[in-house]
Design a protein around this ligand. Structure first.
Ligand SMILES: CC(C)(COP(=O)(O)OP(=O)(O)OC[C@H]1O[C@@H](n2cnc3c(N)ncnc32)[C@H](O)[C@@H]1OP(=O)(O)O)[C@@H](O)C(=O)NCCC(=O)NCCS
Length: 152
């Protein structure tokens, strides 16, 4: 049973990689761990967030301020444990990230998802993102992606 008041959101640390990578395939319901190599926690932990309940991982966001596009921030992965969904935790992670990104000079935030991920598309719409049609070959031949963009 979920108790939202007991969920704590904190900045990520590099050592959060192991617990995160251990759950992503189950949380997504398909193999996605290859899309989250350790480098994301090693190099972007300071702009990433972890949600815990009594020390157990219940959500996370991996994102960063673009080094090449100073006004742009990017969210690479967000996940909430199946038992904690629908209670506003991903919204809280996004809002905390938006604050970080604004403080770093960000003016817009982008993310992408696979066209099959209807939950992610619905979530991003609710969070105020513009949602593209699937972009053919976005990540190489035969790998279309839906692109999300929102002002900060
Ligand atoms: C997508 C995901 C992160 C949403 O997490 P969550 O904590 O349940 O989302 P929230 O409760 O914060 O929802 C925020 C808003 O999005 C809406 N939303 C969230 N998931 C939704 C869904 N599956 N269908 C429709 N709307 C949805 C909520 O209704 C809510 O709207 P409101 O605040 O206007 O009432 C979660 O389902 C998940 O981890 N999925 C697997 C991983 C994944 O696909 N991640 C995204 C791609 S990287």
């Amino acid at each position: 049973m979920q108790d939202a008041a007991r969920v704590q959101v904190r900045p990520a640390r590099p050592e959060d990689y192991e617990p995160i990578v251990a759950v992503v395939d189950a949380w997504w319901g398909r193999p996605v761990a290859a899309g989250l190599p350790r480098l994301f926690l090693d190099h972007f932990f300071s702009t990433s967030l972890v949600a815990e309940e009594q020390g157990a991982l219940v959500g996370f966001l991996v994102g960063f301020a673009s080094p090449a596009r100073p006004e742009e921030a990017y969210i690479h992965f967000v996940g909430v444990s199946p038992g904690h969904r629908g209670a506003g935790l991903a919204r809280e992670l996004y809002e905390r990230f938006f604050e970080l990104a604004r403080a770093a000079g960000g003016r817009r935030v982008r993310a992408i998802t696979a066209p099959v991920n209807q939950a992610s598309i619905a979530f991003h719409r609710r969070m105020g993102f513009a949602v593209s049609e699937p972009v053919p070959d976005y990540n190489g031949p035969g790998r279309p992606m839906v692109v999300f963009e929102r002002a900060l």
